[in-house]
Design a protein around this ligand. Structure first.
Ligand SMILES: CC(C)(COP(=O)(O)OP(=O)(O)OC[C@H]1O[C@@H](n2cnc3c(N)ncnc32)[C@H](O)[C@@H]1OP(=O)(O)O)[C@@H](O)C(=O)NCCC(=O)NCCS
Length: 162
């Protein structure tokens, strides 16, 4: 994995479909970010999913995966519901619009494939992510007590396509 910080050319991030060769970088970001990270096999399972996208930055050492989003469609009584399952940006790359960019691309992918409703779960204490989701039209629908293994509640947030 490349550890060199992004250089000035980072202003031009690319969002693209994940490739198998990216999975180790994705997994390492996941491990560095979440207390209960997804196992590597979970990323392998979603590898062909069109809503599994990575944000790539050009660095002095070459292209670097700075973040990723995993989103898919679930059939639900005759219509497909979008689900944003995972979203993370490497800590040193945050606050520069990459989370927003990834989420926007994932929502566009889901909605282009027919999702009129998209949901997600987020830790009740995750103010940054909650602000990001609200900004993209997600509204808090309900709270799932002790959803996470450490006992924290999840907010279920839902976005209806406008
Ligand atoms: C949530 C996360 C993906 C945001 O990525 P990012 O690249 O830093 O986000 P952006 O720079 O695109 O910021 C977009 C918006 O998110 C919100 N936001 C992001 N980080 C925030 C923070 N620390 N505090 C408050 N708001 C924050 C703001 O509304 C921000 O918009 P603004 O810059 O206009 O104020 C990133 O912080 C992350 O990987 N966190 C750890 C993993 C995680 O919590 N994932 C979500 C799981 S549900």
């Amino acid at each position: 994995m490349t550890t060199t910080p992004p250089d000035e050319r980072e202003a031009d991030p690319t969002v693209r479909q994940v490739e198998r060769a990216d999975l180790l970088d994705v997994y390492r970001i996941e491990q560095s970010v979440f207390p209960q990270p997804w196992p590597f096999e979970a990323f392998e399972r979603f590898c062909d999913e069109p809503g599994f996208l990575v944000a790539e930055l050009r660095t002095a050492d070459g292209p670097t995966i700075a973040g990723y989003v995993v989103a898919d469609l679930t059939p639900n009584f005759g219509r497909d519901i979008g689900h944003v399952k995972d979203l993370a940006v490497r800590e040193e790359c945050r606050g520069r619009g990459l989370g927003r960019l990834l989420l926007r691309h994932a929502l566009a992918s889901l909605e282009a494939r027919g999702a009129t409703v998209t949901r997600l779960e987020v830790r009740a204490s995750n103010d940054g992510a909650i602000a990001l989701y609200r900004d993209h039209g997600f509204q808090h629908r309900r709270t799932v007590p002790r959803y996470y293994a450490d006992g924290e509640n999840a907010l279920v947030m839902v976005r209806e396509r406008g």
